[in-house]
Design a protein around this ligand. Structure first.
Ligand code: DOR
Length: 439
């Protein structure tokens, strides 16, 4: 089977290429073939004869390597009333995301191969994009007590995480890191020291909390555990990845550890880069953990993103029901959705806003996560064709009612953005295409 995408500008590390993208049996076989002038692409008669599908017209569109989101809550098994593998991966496909790593706060929590298999079976049945799960670090994903069966799960997982909870005991984390190192899998840490939390904490312990009488979540509850883990990572040699970095102190600690040669990587999420506590309204769609921090934290995150301290951007897509998000800042559950908005909001604010080049954004949202988590596919010759086609000029308004995700809570609702996804391919197959007639 031969598939040709004609006339688009095709992303490559050396800049955009013009011409045809040829995919054979799901594998990228030619990039930029045909007319290099950017005019009508030359697809030879011969190509047409061997092309089983019609050539896909990508004139005016940009073909990017499929985005990779290593921090996604798909909620199945256990919480299918919030999201399912089917709905979450449809949202991914519609956002140009071709691979996700799924978080283990599920029921049953994937803490042994049998529990993990429940999720893997659902993935095999319903996933529209690649899904590689994380296994739990601790039994029951409790963040305390005993280790999960890391060894039994290792062949099937991208790494180990207790996301939603920090691992509270130093000795337990050290044990996890030693084992993960032996298994050659990363520890992917939600950093939160419960001893530094106040009951009922709902937003950053800063200006807004003080002004509105809300209980705050301190920066220290995050960075203290980052600090501890960096020491353990240095000691054990484990590959260590910090989830959703939100504080300036964490950025500084990670920068320092990288300089010292610790095998650490980290992510932040679009909302921490584009918003801070000054943007809060008393609505559930602004509530997530960690919370939106201060303007100074946001600045430090942008700096860390630009200087390479922050390796990648992941969404922490965390869907909840409308009712669970309707109880304002104090009472709503933590978490916002992100798969369908990440690229356009970042492209609009950071690329069009002059902070990052498009190539740098693609590095942070596609190349770096794929490399660090050793995921297959992409837009290089010889790889399985995982790609996302965007209309970078098309402007539209973010409307959560149109999401494929069952979760609707996003701080970006109503934003005017550019960069509309048009088509997504996984392993050379079109898994989603926008019906441009219907928008
Ligand atoms: O906001 C969040 N939501 N942060 C987490 O760490 C967990 C997540 C969830 O599962 O809802």
């Amino acid at each position: 089977m031969r598939q040709i995408l004609t006339g688009g500008q095709i992303f490559s590390k050396d800049g955009f290429l013009r011409g045809d993208l040829v995919i054979e049996d799901g594998i990228v076989s030619e990039i930029g073939a045909g007319d290099a002038s950017g005019g009508n692409p030359v697809v030879s008669k011969d190509n047409f004869i061997r092309c089983n599908g019609n050539p896909i017209d990508c004139r005016g569109l940009s073909i990017l390597p499929g985005l990779v989101d290593v921090h996604v809550h798909l909620r199945e098994p256990g919480f299918s009333f919030k999201e399912t593998i089917a709905s979450g991966t449809a949202a991914a496909a519609a956002g140009g995301v071709t691979a996700v790593c799924s978080m283990p706060n599920l029921d049953p929590a994937p803490d042994n191969p049998e529990h993990l298999e429940v999720q893997r079976a659902a993935i095999r049945k319903d996933a529209r994009v690649r899904v590689v799960p994380f296994g739990c670090i601790t039994k029951g994903q409790r963040g305390t007590g005993a280790l999960a069966d890391l060894e039994g799960m290792a062949p099937y997982v991208a790494g180990f995480s207790d996301d939603g909870r920090g691992v509270q005991e130093d000795a337990l984390m050290e044990q996890a890191m030693r084992l993960a190192k032996r298994l050659d899998r990363p520890i992917v840490a939600h950093c939160e020291d419960n001893r530094l939390l106040c009951p009922g904490g709902c937003i950053h312990a800063g200006r807004y909390a003080a002004a509105h009488g809300l209980v705050g979540i301190s920066s220290e509850s995050e960075w203290r555990q980052v600090e501890r883990d960096l020491k353990l990572a240095a000691k054990t040699g484990c590959r260590y990845h910090v989830c959703h970095v939100s504080t300036k102190e964490s950025v500084a600690l990670i920068r320092q550890a990288k300089r010292a040669g610790v095998a650490v990587s980290c992510e932040t999420a679009p909302h921490y880069l584009l918003l801070c506590e000054d943007d809060l309204a008393d609505e559930g769609r602004f509530k997530m953990n960690p919370p939106l921090r201060s303007a100074a934290d946001r600045e430090a995150l942008l700096e860390g993103l630009c200087d390479g301290t922050i390796d990648l951007i992941a969404t922490d897509h965390a869907p909840h029901t409308a009712e669970e998000k309707s109880r304002r800042l104090a009472g709503s559950l933590m978490g916002v959705v992100g798969l369908e908005t990440a690229f356009p909001v970042l492209y609009t604010k950071l690329v069009r806003g002059g902070v990052l080049s498009l190539a740098a954004l693609v590095e942070k949202m596609s190349l770096a996560p794929r490399r660090l988590f050793r995921l297959p596919g992409g837009l290089e010759k010889g790889k399985q064709a995982d790609l996302a086609v965007f209309d970078l000029d098309r402007e539209y308004i973010v409307d959560p009612e149109r999401f494929y995700s069952m979760g609707r809570a996003t701080p970006f609702a109503g934003w005017r953005v550019r960069g509309e996804s048009r088509m997504t391919m996984v392993k050379g197959e079109v898994v989603w295409q926008r019906n441009t007639q219907e928008r």
